[in-house]
Design a protein around this ligand. Sequence first.
Ligand code: CTP
Length: 396
Amino acid sequence: MLKDKKILIGITGSIAAYKVIELVRLLIKAGAEVKVILTPAATQFVSPLVLSTLSKNTVLTEMFTESGWSNHVMLGRWADVMVIAPASCNTLSSMASGRCDNLLLAVYLSAVCQILCVPAMDEDMWMHPATKRNLEQLRTDGNTIMDVGVGDLASGLNGSGRMAEPQDIFNAIESLLTTNNSLLQKKVLITAGPTYEKIDPVRFIGNFSTGKMGFALAEVFANRGADVTLVAGPVNIQAHHPNIQRIDVSSASEMHKEVAARFPDADVCIMSAAVADYRPSEFSETKIKKQGDSLNLMLEKNADILSEMGKQKKDSQILVGFALETNNEEAYAMQKLKNKNADYIVLNSLQSAGAGFGYDTNNITIFNRSGRMYTSGIKSKKEIASEIANIISQHL
Ligand code: CTP
């Protein structure tokens, strides 16, 4: 698939640079044409000689050399994809702010191709709000950002920040260069995030859902050409695709209303939201003051949105529910599929490390009417979303 594709790799100053040697080897083996740019700091971590030998091209480091000037505009136009791996905190920050003080940054700013950033850094730097801000800006600018891995870090600590493995970067390059229009113009309705059920003006009943799985689904389906409507509970993430129409809601009943209005037109409906099953029976217009040693809150049941849509579902529509169980997982998932008239249930496992609320990874099992059909193992939420999209494309 990558035969004759032109891949430009920008390496920055991070210990993970050594892994890029393997990436170059994989790309050359697949028949791609590879050129490599190093930032001055990267030359401390990886040998230009190894990279030029493997890539069969001169490795570029300087904007100006004794023999001339590296034409950054032509390099940016030459590439089918530019991969910045490892992307250090410093380079990410420079890219986000449009700085141009080395060859790699000049090529980035001139590039007209897709850009894949593969961050690598220590966990504290990865978690810093400034890094998050820079990544958000880079996404808004149209770049694709790969997730970091969890494990041993150069500092000796263990946590998030490891650069993605060469094979995963290779797969990401392949998927960026493959146009997949398998869901062209299909109408896909997705719910994501938690719901907040108000108790009084300052309190609510909610849950730990961050919406990451639902947003990953929206992005993957939109990338495949679908018209996506994303009904999102209160979350702190952005959707980045012109094919995604986002509708923000707060409570389960607001989510119900928005979903019910759009469901009849949907080809596919995926309910990944963690909807509150109950809401306070009464909303207090004023803040509830503390009184005795205990407080009783009366709750009443919310409508089950998935079940309600299951009742209206036409044969041509595909309905997907999510389930989160702590015990008897398979039996409960199958029961949910039947009771709610869903075509698929995606079971989230809380048993594995790296899966569940807030993580960028997940571990799921998908059930259809005949039983268990797919188990993912620990994968990024984006990869899991792609697997779900594959299953839906085949079904359609
Ligand atoms: N769901 C929904 N409306 C609700 C509750 C849940 O649409 N009021 C949907 C969720 O979006 C998810 C699926 O139903 O797709 C499973 O939700 P879950 O809370 O795991 O199951 P419940 O049906 O609430 O059952 P239980 O709490 O007994 O597990």
